[in-house]
Design a protein around this ligand. Structure first.
Ligand code: FAD
Ligand code: NAP
Length: 331
């Protein structure tokens, strides 16, 4: 049965940004509700070892996120397994609707919806998605034991996925469109040293080829970016790791966006173009996109929300009043 829940602070997303916002908002006695979305714990739950979270030389991504969730819960945040399907920021209080049917109303919203994997956009990629084409090595790598695998991309994710896949594959070919990687040097070193990895520089994947009965990948057709030469690489699995796009579907027509769709915030703050709405983590960050920076922004968003709500003096106010309160926030 549908119900309406009111909260002073609604946090949308359960990655490092959302959980950190929940810790700080709870300690500010804002009694936040955090809605987890379809990926509880966020992107780090699909990776293995995280080696750059301060305080842990190495920690499993899923363990780290479980700890963050438990911390937020212990501080008093109400954590709800639901997914927000619509968000109306034209109303005060703001109104969100969950897939569960629950309506959430909130005086302040912290948007921490993170980012989602990008795809190459090839029709054949779509055709074989789930039948040999994947964007998550930790989820699907196991299916390709003893097989040849291709990874497309040149960033941290591509290199980590390629290295992880060497645990299963007979060999991994990393296909990158340039002649140097974007990934951190420490990861590049590991990649270059791994005897199971071959790198195909200056190539793009132009087509995924395979059979239909049963549906499965047989290889990829590649193109040299300079010569245009076409070649085929046999493989059973294709892992696409060409970056992540901000998850802004809920707000793209309501908030100002910039740099390819990231939520725009005032410099040095998490304030968006609508007073009372704050954005933190990968949904607003086109530069750093790290767990620790997302967590830092989650902290900022909770502190910004606290100041905003203090300006509202706890009362439900009109949009004009809310704008005035936001303008009064010290910089
Ligand atoms: P995310 O972690 O993306 O979480 C977004 C959350 O929003 C999810 O819980 C999702 O369910 C929720 N959500 C989305 N839409 C809705 C909705 N409509 N309703 C409700 N909830 C919603 N960074 C590092 O610092 N170190 C690493 O080692 C590292 N490894 C990585 C490995 C991989 C494979 C990937 C993909 C990324 C890695 N990163 C790493 C980057 C890091 O994961 C991100 O920077 C970080 O997770 C971003 O945190 P976030 O809280 O902004 O969003
Ligand atoms: P990314 O850093 O944006 O890298 C995307 C890669 O894909 C780039 O090499 C890019 O090529 C390539 N690419 C993009 N579009 C392509 C296309 N259409 N065809 C072929 N190649 C394409 O993305 P990411 O690796 O997913 O990382 C996202 C963020 O998470 C980054 O900030 C990263 O640091 C972070 N992260 C961190 C860790 C870690 O700390 N260990 C691990 C994973 C991710 P170009 O280089 O030519 O642009």
């Amino acid at each position: 049965m549908s119900q309406t829940r009111h909260t002073r602070t609604l946090i949308i997303g359960s990655g490092p940004a959302g959980y950190t916002a929940a810790v700080y908002a709870s300690r500010a006695m804002l009694k936040p509700i955090l809605v987890q979305g379809i990926q509880p714990g966020g992107q780090l739950t699909i990776t293995t070892d995280v080696e750059n979270w301060p305080g842990d030389a190495s920690v499993m991504g899923s363990d780290l996120m479980a700890r963050m969730g438990a911390h937020a819960h212990e501080m008093g945040a109400e954590i709800i397994a639901d997914h927000i399907k619509s968000l109306d920021l034209s109303l005060r209080p703001f109104k969100a609707q969950g897939d569960s049917g629950t309506i959430y109303t909130a005086d302040a919203v912290i948007l921490a919806t993170g980012a989602q994997a990008k795809w190459l956009g090839l029709p054949s990629e779509g055709h074989f998605k789930g039948f040999g084409v994947s964007a998550c090595a930790t989820c699907d790598g196991f299916f390709y034991r003893g097989q040849a695998i291709v990874v497309a991309g040149g960033g941290n994710t591509a290199v980590e996925e390629a290295l992880f896949l060497t645990n299963f594959a007979s060999g991994v070919t990393l296909i990158h469109r340039r002649d140097s990687l974007r990934a951190e040097k420490i990861l590049q070193d590991r990649l270059f040293r791994n005897p199971k990895v071959k790198i195909l520089w200056n190539h793009t994947v132009n087509e995924v080829i395979g059979s239909d009965e049963p549906r499965g990948v047989e290889g990829v057709r590649t193109k040299h970016v300079k010569t245009g030469e076409i070649a085929e690489i046999p493989c059973k699995g294709v892992f696409v790791a060409v970056g992540h796009a901000p998850a802004t579907a809920l707000v793209k027509d309501q908030l100002k966006l910039h740099n390819g769709g990231y939520v725009q915030v005032e410099p040095g703050s998490t304030r968006t173009s609508i007073p009372g709405v704050f954005a933190a983590g990968d949904v607003t960050d086109h530069i750093y996109r790290q767990a620790v920076t997302s967590a830092g922004m989650g902290c900022m968003a909770a502190l910004d929300a606290e100041k905003f709500l203090a300006g509202m003096n706890g009362a439900k106010v009109s949009e004009a009043d809310a704008c005035a309160a936001a303008t009064d926030i010290p910089g």
